[in-house]
Design a protein around this ligand. Sequence first.
Ligand SMILES: *Cc1c(COP(=O)(O)O)cnc(C)c1O
Ligand code: SF4
Length: 354
Amino acid sequence: MSWKQELESRLKTQESLEKLFPLTADEREFFNVSEFDGSCFGFLSTRHFAALAEPATDDPIRRQFVPTAQEFVFRSYELADPLGEEMHKTATRLIHRYHDRALLLVNDECAVHCRYCFRRSFAMSGKGVLAGRELRAAASYLAKHREIKDLLLSGGDPLVLDDRPLFRVMDEVKKARPDLVVRIGTRVPGALPSRVTRGLVRGLRARSPVWIVAHFNHPRELSEAASVAIGRLVDSGIPVLSQSVLLRGVNDSPDVLDALFRGLVGLRVKPYYLFQGDLAAGTSHLRVPLERGLAIMKELRLRLSSVAMPIYAVDLPGGGGKVPLTESYFEGDDEDSWRFRSIEGRPYRYPKEK
Ligand SMILES: *Cc1c(COP(=O)(O)O)cnc(C)c1O
Ligand code: SF4
């Protein structure tokens, strides 16, 4: 089957899902409500991703793509636009939040609808692929704002597009700013690995420098097919980073993240970010308390090399942007030295030099 056919034959209905495994009452309840409530973030998954799930009701893959009625539980502090992206929009699809970087919302389609998605309101907006007018507006903004050096293509997932519309966006952007470094945020290597064709890789290579930031949350996502997809990218000289979201019942344990990050490094992928869950409405059952995230990272620091360690970060609600979250090993100073704790918790000093 071609990747295009795989995309066409994605699972979209309760019936298609029930052919894989029986649903729980909570999962069925989601479908009952979503039938008459169009504001739900619909169910969608590639067969490849769904096949990674095992039948257990608390399976870590299943929790990522099978909706449940828990999504109807809203917390007062949850937000429709958790990162405040609307306020940083310049051209209609361009978000300029950080001085030297910008993010372009290329399309609104994804390989799979992740149940924790913070950009769900865009991913289901029906806005489609960036129109020519929007692309020209973004390109002219980039041409005027020379301080932007790095453009992140996101959505949706830009790699569910055909080569031609994807390369059209990249070429238009590069025409305005040949010096830009382009990053593509995508879940495709893990969720629709057949999309990473030789033609796609050649086209990306020809538009170098392009970095891929691939989204992986659980070691089981590093399937044989995903390894082949990543291997193709890296072999052709395209650097691949990963980003993950810390998710309850999916990867909120040092053992699972240890296996994930080691697995990625084994595939020549540098773990880049581990995100604290964003405050998207109806996702509290998937969020992990921040202090638990810090404790997990402290444990991982004892086990993993810095190559395998991502930056644990939170995107501050309401547009505050990303900040790194770190257990501090720095404890203060005396007159002639700085005081630290080693990762094992023992005290050490570093001299103050004049
Ligand atoms: C995450 C993000 C970036 C890229 O940030 P890095 O820390 O460089 O990965 C750029 N723009 C927006 C709006 C973002 O959310
Ligand atoms: S791939 Fe990204 S944008 Fe798409 S549903 Fe998943 S988290 Fe949201």
